[in-house]
Design a protein around this ligand. Sequence first.
Ligand SMILES: Nc1ncnc2c1ncn2[C@@H]1O[C@H](COP(=O)(O)OP(=O)(O)OP(=O)(O)O)[C@@H](O)[C@H]1O
Ligand SMILES: [Mg+2]
Length: 252
Amino acid sequence: MGVVYAISNQKGGVGKTTTAVNVAACLAAEGSQTLLVDLDPQCNATVALGGERDMHPSSYDCLIGEVSVAEAARPAGPDNLWLVPANRDLAGAAVELPRIDGSETRLRERLGPVRERFAYTLLDCPPSLGPVSVNALTAADRVLVPVQAEYLALEGLVQFLDTLATIRRELNPRLEVSGLLVTMHDERTRLAQDVERELRQHFPEMVFETVIPRSVRVAEAPSYGLPVTEHSPRSRGSEAYRALAGELAARG
Ligand SMILES: Nc1ncnc2c1ncn2[C@@H]1O[C@H](COP(=O)(O)OP(=O)(O)OP(=O)(O)O)[C@@H](O)[C@H]1O
Ligand SMILES: [Mg+2]
């Protein structure tokens, strides 16, 4: 049975989408059928894989309409990699969802046979804990939390982990934290090292061994519509995301 991961952190710009796209690409390159679901109306994951912001069916149709996630999946380019795109409609979902009874479980109910078809399904969440993120966390088996190494908001992180506990209690008892991922790590700065050390101290066992370095190749890959592993396969960013995919695969 496949595993569904939410890539989530309510803080913006911490590397959620970059991680979702590149880890998905690495898992696919290793031969696993992998699905990336873009759940952010910014459509950054969709665009990073060369898509447009107006594709149908989209994740909005899964959340609000009757389309299943499995049905909405389309080939994303690289072998074994599939995408459910986001489009601009998704901005309305945050308003529409609360009007629907039991809306927190919409996405879970709409997954369809994704766990049979895909070894990995990655849900790229928006930067808020609104209804769409709650749906993702309710549908997921595990949550991967990117944390930017340039700024440690421990308070924000603790708050986020508390929210996960609430979701586990009320909506999704099997939700596990897959791990905290240090992103945009610039080894030349003391701050990056401090953030990494503090994270490992505060959350022992929870922080992935792999650290994602700050890298121009990683930042520029989306403008080519490619994962960094295709844009610049030998870069340090590519190596890091391959190592992270290895850590995920090793956990089964
Ligand atoms: N390892 C990295 N090296 C350099 N730049 C990076 C790296 N990771 C992410 N970035 C850049 O940082 C910015 C934010 O990254 P990203 O979009 O992945 O974050 P996000 O958490 O998905 O943001 P949002 O909360 O808006 O969805 C982007 O411009 C991205 O290209
Ligand atoms: Mg994003």
